[in-house]
Ligand binder design. Structure first.
Ligand code: PLP
Ligand code: LYS
Length: 368
C-alpha cells in the first residue's frame, strides 16, 4: 500500500516506529512522512530523524525536550508541528474523538499551552516550527466540528504570526471523514470537504491579514475503507427465539473480533450480504458473530440475510479496509487472515495468511 501511495503522490503519516519502518521499506521518501504519537520513544524519534522525516507532530512538552536532546546530539534541526487540542466536541464515539479537552492528545488551545509550545519551539535552535496540526477525531459526518476547529487553529496561526513574528508555512487539519458502513450513513464528498476547508482557510487568513499556509489533510479511512470487504465462511446457523417474539439467526463465521474489533469496541455498525449465491428465500434478521470465547464477539449486529443462509455460504462485510487488519489480533491464538488485492479481474495475495506455526515460532524455548 505504501508503494501505491508513493506512486500516487500522496504523503504518509505514521504513529509508531513499526509504521515508520513499513513506510521506509515501501519506498516513501522521508520528507513525505509525518510522525505522530502522544508518547514517541527515543528510538522512534531517532529513527524519524535518521530517516529525515518531513515533520514530527509534537504532542507534549516532555516530548519536545526529548526531540531537542536527540536533534542536538545529532547536530540536526528537527522540523516540528504542534498538535493542537481545539476544544471541539466531535460527533462520534468517545474513544475516537480527539479534540475535546479531557483526552490524551495535543496541547490545549484554550489553556494557552499550544501557544507556549510554539514559543518554546521558536526559542530552540534545534527545532524548526513548520505549523499547527489538528485532528478532531474519526468517523465524523458533520462539517461543523471541522469548521470550528479550522477557525480556532487559524486564530492561533495568526497570533503566532502577529506576536511571535513567525509565519508558519504549513497547516494540517487532520482526517476523520466518515464513510458509509450501512445505508444509514451519508458521507460528505471529498470535493465538498476540500472546497469548504480551502474557503475557510482563505477567508480566515484574509480576515487575520496573514499569509495562507500550505494546507494538508490526513484522511485515513476515507481512502482505505470503502474499497475493501471481509469475506467470511459460515460455519453454523442457530435460530434464537427473541423475548418479544420473532427469531434472530445467529450466523457464526470463521473470523470475529480478532479481525474486526470495531463492533465490540465502538458499537460500530456494519452491513453484510450473502456473497456466494443468489437466494429467493425471504429475509430474516440475522446477527453475524465470530468464533471467539465471548458473547460480545459480534461483527454485524443486525442485518437481514436470506432465511436459507447455511454452513458453507460466504458472507461479505463491506467497508473493512480501514482499522480492521491494522487492529487485528491473535486473540485465542487465532492466526490472522490474508489480505487479497483485486484489480482488473486479477486477484493477488498481498499479505499472507498467518499459520499456527507462526504463533508457535514466538516461543523462545521452542528448541528446548
Ligand atoms: C493524527 C491522525 N490523523 C489522521 C487520522 C486518520 O483518521 P481517519 O481514518 O478517521 O480519517 C488519525 C486517526 O484517527 C489520526 O490520529
Ligand atoms: N481505529 C479507529 C479510528 C482511530 C484510529 C486513528 N487514530 C476506528 O476504527 O474507527
Amino acid at each position: 500500500m505504501v508503494r501505491w501511495l508513493v506512486e500516487d503522490g500522496l504523503n504518509l503519516d505514521v504513529c509508531t516506529g513499526g509504521e515508520l519502518a513499513v513506510a521506509i521499506r515501501g519506498g516513501m521518501p522521508g520528507e513525505r512522512i509525518g510522525l505522530h504519537g502522544n508518547n514517541k520513544s527515543r528510538a522512534e524519534i531517532e529513527a524519524a530523524l535518521d530517516a529525515g522525516v518531513g515533520r514530527i507532530i509534537a504532542d507534549s512538552f516532555d516530548e519536545l525536550d526529548r526531540i531537542v536532546e536527540i536533534a542536538s546530539a545529532r547536530g540536526v534541526v528537527a522540523p516540528v508541528m504542534v498538535r493542537v487540542t481545539a476544544g471541539v466536541e466531535a460527533h462520534t464515539h468517545e474513544f475516537i474523538a480527539t479534540a475535546h479537552e479531557d483526552q490524551k492528545f495535543g496541547f490545549s488551545l484554550a489553556g494557552g499551552l499550544a501557544y507556549k509550545a510554539c514559543e518554546r519551539i521558536l526559542a530552540e535552535p534545534s527545532l524548526r516550527l513548520l505549523g499547527l496540526h489538528s485532528h478532531i477525531g474519526s468517523q465524523i459526518f458533520e462539517t461543523s466540528g471541522f469548521e470550528l476547529s479550522a477557525r480556532r487553529i487559524l486564530g492561533l496561526h495568526a497570533r503566532v504570526s502577529r506576536e511571535l513574528g513567525h509565519d508558519m508555512p504549513e497547516l494540517d487539519l487532520g482526517g476523520g471523514f466518515g464513510i458509509a458502513y450501512t445505508t444509514q450513513h451519508h458521507p460528505l464528498g471529498p470535493d465538498q470537504l476540500g472546497t469548504e476547508t480551502a474557503e475557510i482557510v482563505r477567508r480566515e487568513c484574509q480576515a487575520e491579514g496573514v499569509v495562507a499556509p500550505r494546507v494538508s489533510i490526513e484522511p485515513g479511512r476515507a481512502i482505505a475503507g470503502p474499497s475493501t470487504c471481509t469475506l467470511y465462511e459460515v460455519g453454523t446457523v442457530k435460530p434464537v427465539e427473541l423475548d418479544g417474539g420473532g427469531v434472530r439467526l445467529y450466523v457464526s463465521v470463521d473470523g470475529g473480533m480478532s479481525d474486526n474489533i470495531r463492533t465490540a469496541l465502538y458499537g460500530a455498525d456494519y452491513s453484510c450480504a450473502l456473497a456466494n449465491r443468489a437466494s429467493e428465500a425471504p429475509p430474516q434478521i440475522a446477527r453475524v458473530v465470530g468464533r471467539h470465547c465471548e458473547s460480545g464477539d459480534i461483527i454485524v449486529r443486525d442485518h437481514y440475510l436470506p432465511a436459507d443462509v447455511r454452513p458453507g455460504d460466504l458472507i461479505a462485510v463491506p467497508g473493512t479496509g480501514a482499522y480492521c487488519r491494522s487492529m487485528a489480533s491473535q486473540y485465542n491464538h487465532t492466526p490472522r487472515p490474508p489480505v487479497v488485492a483485486v484489480t482488473d479481474g486479477r486477484a493477488r495475495v498481498i499479505v499472507r495468511r498467518e499459520t499456527v506455526q507462526d504463533l508457535l515460532a514466538l516461543d523462545v524455548d521452542a528448541s528446548v
